[in-house]
Design a protein around this ligand. Structure first.
Ligand SMILES: [Fe+2]
Length: 369
């Protein structure tokens, strides 16, 4: 990650524009932060050194610059984010959207997902753009964030059926810097459906999974998180942490486990962008992924140019090498973007096939269908 920090403007939402088939649906709900949010801060965090600490200490360590990185958060404990009314409303919208022929999708990695909800639902669009939520997650992260530039990737929903004999989601790292994951099912009495995060770097965690028949030691190698209920969330730097969701074995109340994911990216455009184009190129309509990715990269490169236009001064001690490094970074990122958009390179990160974990652990399978 580059040492330079420049927090550019939030990513601009392209107004009044939807891909064909994803026009606004009238789901009859408007998002109101005063009604639909009910935030209570997390109890603890796991930092990127895998140290568990109280949330207040995490904030004070950020304030006192005790971390030697600008992105110190791995994972928060579950925290209340939505009111019951907010969670019920969002769940109702996901139920309605499940019958939308373009929004509803199936992949090899998980059973059913909903994509493009910000296009079809005003409520989802306003929730994912909400300044208060954005400010909360930026505070947790210790750096300024903005909702992900690939619009189809905002408000992604995972639906896990019960008793399928397979995990709701298999071991993977995310494409995108940070993820806010909100539970929309009643978890009372639910057996399984737990979120697990490996407490090792992804390569070490994969090796341990291979050596131990897909198992990791609780508390040492893996942390299991049970959501206390509907409207609770967790926030993580999912691009760095291997994580998955276990099979839902039974529930006395629910017929499925529904979780809502919003992806965020850094406004510091000199930090690495963990978005992997190939996942979206193979998962969403190609014309949409192409334009979304182009725009996200245009926003980042524009931010880099803005920094050079605005920050160094004739009188200041501008560093020739630093400016050349920034221009080179912009050039490299543009070059790679062109290669990805031209399909001449692939940046797929894949996932672990848990049924065949011993045979296929080192061969990450493509996430496409
Ligand atoms: Fe994930």
């Amino acid at each position: 990650m580059s040492k330079a920090i420049f927090n550019t403007e939030s990513f601009p939402y392209p107004t009044c524009e939807h891909p064909e088939g994803y026009e606004d649906c009238d789901y009859g709900e408007s998002f109101k932060a005063s009604v639909h949010l009910d935030y209570q801060e997390p109890e603890f965090v796991i930092d990127t050194n895998f140290v568990k600490k109280p949330f207040k200490q995490h904030l004070s360590d950020i304030e006192n610059k005790k971390y030697n990185t600008n992105a110190p958060l791995a994972l928060t404990s579950p925290f209340k984010l939505l009111s019951l009314e907010g969670a019920n409303t969002l769940r109702r919208i996901t139920e309605l959207a499940t019958s939308h022929q373009y929004v509803r999708k199936s992949y090899n990695r998980g059973a059913l997902v909903l994509r493009g909800l910000t296009h079809v639902s005003d409520f989802v669009r306003d929730l994912t753009e909400d300044e208060r939520v954005n400010s909360l997650v930026s505070t947790m992260a210790g750096e300024l964030l903005t909702s992900h530039g690939m619009i189809m990737n905002r408000g992604h929903v995972n639906v896990g059926e019960i008793g399928t004999g397979r995990p709701v989601d298999q071991w993977h790292v995310d494409s995108g810097d940070y993820a806010l994951v909100i539970m929309l099912s009643d978890t009372d009495g639910m057996v399984g459906g737990d979120f697990q995060i490996a407490l090792r770097d992804p390569d070490t965690a994969k090796r341990l999974l291979k050596e131990n028949n897909g198992q990791l030691k609780e508390g040492d190698e893996v942390l299991t998180i049970k959501y206390p209920g509907k409207g609770w969330a967790l926030f993580m730097q999912g691009c760095l942490m291997l994580h998955h969701v276990t099979e839902v074995k039974s529930s006395p109340i629910e017929t499925k486990r529904v979780s809502f994911v919003n992806t965020y990216m850094r406004r510091n455009i000199f930090a690495e962008d963990y978005t992997r184009y190939s996942i979206f190129r193979h998962g969403d309509p190609i014309a949409t992924s192409f334009l979304d990715f182009s725009r996200q990269k245009a926003w980042r490169i524009k931010g880099m140019m803005d920094y050079i236009l605005k920050s160094p001064t004739y009188k200041g001690e501008h560093d020739r090498d630093a400016i050349i490094e920034m221009l080179t970074k912009a050039q490299d990122e543009l070059g790679r973007t062109i290669s990805l958009l031209s399909d001449s390179v692939d940046d797929q990160v894949g996932y672990l096939d848990e049924k065949n974990v011993l045979d296929e652990l080192d061969v990450l399978k493509e996430n496409k269908e």
